[in-house]
Design a protein around this ligand. Sequence first.
Ligand SMILES: C[S@@+](CC[C@H](N)C(=O)[O-])C[C@H]1O[C@@H](n2cnc3c(N)ncnc32)[C@H](O)[C@@H]1O
Length: 246
Amino acid sequence: MSFPRLVVPEVLDGLAADDPNAQRSRRDLQRVHRVMRTCEIMLRALRKLPITRADARPLQILELGAGDGSLMLGVARAMQDEWPTVALTLLDLQNLLTPATTADYAAVGWEVSVQVGDALTWANGTDADHLPRFDLIVANLFLHHFQEPELRALLAAAAVRSTHFFACEPRRAGLALAGSYLIGALGVNAVTREDAVLSVRAGFCDRELSLLWPTSAPGWTLSEYFAGLFSHCLLASHVPDAEETR
Ligand SMILES: C[S@@+](CC[C@H](N)C(=O)[O-])C[C@H]1O[C@@H](n2cnc3c(N)ncnc32)[C@H](O)[C@@H]1O
């Protein structure tokens, strides 16, 4: 079953960071990720990337719409042998990183910092703003917040400012929609229940994300696929062609 994409503001995005309903919903999200197996889906994708460390410089990773950073912590723990030194930037409208999570990252050798701001402002920045480049940019349950023009801007910025990009988003399909209506069975609150349905309706299918990737960016290999029961992923990797390396 396929249905048209519908993007409407989610309840969580309208709540202050210290709102108890928002805090509870962000904790719910960790449980939802366990059920969606998001960390495993990410690890499977990231281990395919041809990321090699030619020097001692930490791997530079940016997460867009990172929330409290707890999802990437699972990745950090699993990847600590492959990627022992990482500088991770969490970009979000709110600073939700706790000292405990920062310490957990430090324990696996990852240095984490927060960039509070709007990802669209980041995307629309110019070289004159001295924007850093990243080895990898990731996004989880984030891209579906945006309409096509904003998605184009975000993906265009990712193509210019990273070498690899991975997004894991809700899959817009009948099974995922049914699952979103049943999410109350996990004991999540009303905010999470409402946002789950909105997220699936705003999710992606087929090659919708690949078609928004900038055609002007040479040397990118894209793979778009569904993963697990409820997720839809885009994995993009830049391999410079002979022309570019000359
Ligand atoms: C559904 S939550 C996902 C959080 C995290 N990525 C995860 O998977 O657990 C979406 C996050 O995107 C953030 N967000 C929404 N719009 C944003 C924007 N324009 N710029 C930056 N962050 C944004 C919200 O604050 C929220 O933390």
